[in-house]
Design a protein around this ligand. Structure first.
Ligand SMILES: [Zn+2]
Length: 198
């Protein structure tokens, strides 16, 4: 077997998605072969992310302080809020460069099957923000859970903030695919073809 230090590192790599025994072994051996300074920087980046990264107080997106760069940007349209399931979705949409509003990250989707209730999601602060909004765009994924969440939010927003326009992105997204897997053009079209929720 491997020395204990190497074995620990292999176990560490296995927390990453798609990394099994073989790949973890390969990564650990690369680390063993790499110069110490590079590895020190890598190790401190891992720690720094855990120490600094936290949800934005306004939108729930991940950031290195209290408020994310998007919420802090005066040039964004703060009355247009795109509601997504995760911070990964924010990154995907930002890559398109075609969206100029702000976001709201739910941290998941309502799922009767997995026992995830609306109370467990970042919904209360969305209602507060919605009072100052002109449009709320629901961009949860095209899965059953994503659609359930969009319908729940639509009903809630219509009741609490009836004057606000609620729209749903069009789903030219891969079937059952998550928003973050869609290519940029698909996302741009899904956004521009959004429809009013009826
Ligand atoms: Zn934010």
């Amino acid at each position: 077997m491997y020395p204990e230090s190497l074995q620990k590192l292999i176990e560490g790599f296995k927390i990453l998605p798609g990394v099994g025994d073989k790949t973890a072994e390969r990564y650990a051996l690369v680390v063993a072969d790499t110069d110490e300074e590079t590895i020190r920087q890598f190790a401190s980046a891992l720690i720094e992310v855990k120490e600094k990264l936290r949800p934005c107080k306004v939108c729930g997106n991940l950031c290195d302080g209290e408020i994310c760069d998007i919420c802090a940007d005066p040039d964004r349209k703060h009355d247009t809020i795109l509601v997504v399931q995760s911070a990964k979705d924010v990154i995907a949409m930002e890559k398109t460069g075609q969206y100029h509003g702000v976001y709201h990250v739910l941290n998941g989707a309502i799922s009767p099957a997995k026992g995830i209730l609306p109370e467990e999601l970042n919904i209360d602060s969305l209602l507060e923000r919605a009072r100052q909004a002109r449009e709320i765009i629901l961009a949860t994924s095209a899965t059953v859970d994503g659609e359930t969440t969009a319908m729940y939010l639509d009903k809630l927003l219509k009741k609490e903030v009836p004057a606000v326009l609620v729209t749903r992105i069009a789903h030219g997204l891969p079937s059952g695919g998550m928003l973050d897997y869609a290519d940029e053009m698909t996302l741009v079209h899904a956004l521009s073809d959004r429809r009013k929720m009826e």
